[in-house]
Design a protein around this ligand. Structure first.
Ligand code: ATP
Ligand code: PRP
Length: 212
């Protein structure tokens, strides 16, 4: 039987994901000593970890070259796709928020508001829900710069502690939704390797409950 391939988001979520896999009994020394390797067998070799960027985790799972993936709900909401979302893993907690210069009332004035975001689809959906017509500008990172430079009236971005907003004279106008890491599965894999995947998911869920 070929190893079950699980794509992990490199960066913030990687450590918590590895810690959870170790809690369910997987030896992850290969990941700790990975160097620049991107595909690492873990445990007894029955699972292979693939280290990828957040949006690529979804692509690999959707196309079936990975059976499972760990990715933030923010990426799921922005990227969309065809896969099953099996578990809320309980870490990587943050939220999507609309934020703008402290003290300025975003909802007054008649000009079309300009919104900067790394997540244009999330921003568009939020304002459609408010029946507000806005102009959305895609920014790749450090999105807080947009209102500071006069490019945008506000941003839709991730907020965790609120430090970045506060230190740049910005404040949350509205919380859009809460975010955490999710375990996703390829639709065919969940049918063809149902027992293996559901067993691993159940062990991860139990480890998550024990940690809380
Ligand atoms: N403060 C935060 N900022 C961004 N992401 C966070 C934060 N807190 C938790 N997360 C979660 O961690 C995931 C990965 O974040 P990370 O910064 O590692 O990658 P990224 O922001 O997608 O990549 P890059 O920074 O290279 O564009 C996010 O998709 C989100 O689900
Ligand atoms: O509420 P806080 O705890 O300050 O965290 C929120 C910040 O963290 C993320 O930035 P990141 O460092 O990932 O860089 P990025 O802006 O390039 O995504 C996010 O884009 C916010 O800027």
């Amino acid at each position: 039987m070929k190893p079950l391939r699980i794509a992990l988001t490199k960066g913030r979520l990687e450590d918590d994901t590895v810690a959870l896999l170790e809690k369910v009994g997987m030896n992850c020394d290969n990941v700790h000593n990975k160097g620049r390797k991107l595909i690492l067998p873990i445990g007894d070799g029955s699972i292979e970890v693939v280290l990828a960027k957040a949006a690529d985790v979804i692509t690999y799972v959707e196309h079936g070259v990975c059976d499972l993936g760990v990715v933030g709900k923010d990426t799921i909401l922005e990227h969309g796709g065809s896969f099953y979302e099996l578990l809320d893993l309980g870490f990587g907690k943050c939220r999507f928020a609309l934020a703008g210069p402290t003290g300025r009332n975003f909802f007054t004035g008649y000009h079309t508001k300009v919104i900067a975001s790394k997540y244009p689809n999330v921003a568009r959906s939020y304002f459609e829900g408010k029946a507000m017509d806005v102009q959305i500008i895609k920014i790749e990172g450090s999105v807080e710069l947009a209102p500071l430079l006069g490019l945008a009236d506000a941003i839709v971005d991730i907020v965790e502690t609120g430090t970045t907003l506060k230190e740049n004279g910005l404040a949350v106008i509205d919380t859009i939704c809460h975010i955490s890491a999710r375990l996703i599965a390829n639709e065919a894999s969940l049918k063809l390797r149902k027992v293996e995947i559901e067993c691993l998911a159940a062990r991860m869920e139990q480890a998550k409950e024990e940690a809380q």
